[in-house]
Design a protein around this ligand. Sequence first.
Ligand SMILES: Cc1cc2nc3c(=O)[nH]c(=O)nc-3n(C[C@H](O)[C@H](O)[C@H](O)COP(=O)(O)OP(=O)(O)OC[C@H]3O[C@@H](n4cnc5c(N)ncnc54)[C@H](O)[C@@H]3O)c2cc1C
Length: 362
Amino acid sequence: MGRIVAVIGGGYGGAAAAKALDGDTDVILIEPKDAFVHSVGALRALVRPDWAGNIFFPYDRLLARGEVVRGRATSVDSGGVTLASGDRVDADYLVLASGSSYPFPAKMDTDVADQALERLRAASKELAGGGRVLIAGAGPVGLELAGEIRAAWPDKRVTIVDPGEQVLPGFLPELHADLHRQLRDLNIELRLDTTLLTEPPTRPGLAETFTVRTTGGDLTADIWFRCHGASANGDYLGDGKAIARTPQGKVRVTEKLNVHGHSHIYALGDITDIAEAKMAAHAMKHAEVVAANIIAQVRGEEPAAVYRPSPVPSILLPLGPAAGVGQIPTPDGPTVLPARTVAEYKGTHLLIDRFAELFGTA
Ligand SMILES: Cc1cc2nc3c(=O)[nH]c(=O)nc-3n(C[C@H](O)[C@H](O)[C@H](O)COP(=O)(O)OP(=O)(O)OC[C@H]3O[C@@H](n4cnc5c(N)ncnc54)[C@H](O)[C@@H]3O)c2cc1C
């Protein structure tokens, strides 16, 4: 067995894994985008087009020895990867790190950073012109987008609709109370238990007044955003015979993060079926486990690192630069953080410096 590792996808988990493997193995990172997109900052980028360039990081300084190949995997087998160009990357180990897609603007719908920046600026202009904003989906993305919009344009009316009965299920009641209080203070209307009976007639992110029927009555808005509908990026994995997947397209992994039945193929991040919230923070922890196990195998040792999801969920959810809710695990159990701590840990800077360091642009 050699020491060539092909990492498929240079998102949070793939980039971290490639960096951790660089040197101890020969890494080839396969990624269709020309720059890493720091999705954590995408919603701020929408409301602050002057700042939006900060969320893109070129890949050229990520690895000291390894190689970044710009391309899209179209199939994999135990000996390597085939790309959309027809090129072949032979490898001894594979890391499936192709993550998930999400409607714009939370994730970009182009692989070219300049085009993504253009799209963000155009959507920002549309948003600036609409006084009433409808957000479909009250998950972390919908809530965060509402907070960003109110922070940038305090006079806009923002309404979030969601069919669920509760926001952020699984978190402490104190976090829910704090969230509802902050949403009230920010004058963000949250309509739970409310379903859109038809899709709004305009495209998301386009300023044009419409009225839509919901289970809670008619709702008129000038622009809307879809904040639900993540889907795993696994088309290249075929029919699921070689790489076992769930009905939702997630890859089944062991606690060492091997794909079931494959000692030299690993998976990490949003593409996996690990029972936890899909988060960049988790993907980067998976990357440490995968890198440790591959390095052990390359050295002829038994891979021993395991990943066990935390039984306690955690979140840092900014509502604009100065507000937000948070819950973190501590030795005394889960603790809810005040808004100023959430702002200090994340909301003011959105972790830009940390990724500038990883990508060598600091
Ligand atoms: C608006 C927003 C805010 C968020 N905020 C937070 C936060 O504050 N904290 C947190 O922990 N998480 C956050 N998340 C979640 C986080 O972004 C995801 O969990 C994370 O992106 C998952 O990382 P990943 O490496 O699995 O995949 P991704 O980051 O999705 O990266 C996958 C990469 O694979 C590439 N790819 C796809 N298909 C192929 C292919 N066929 N061949 C090669 N490459 C391919 C893609 O181009 C992409 O670059 C946020 C998400 C959004 C949308």
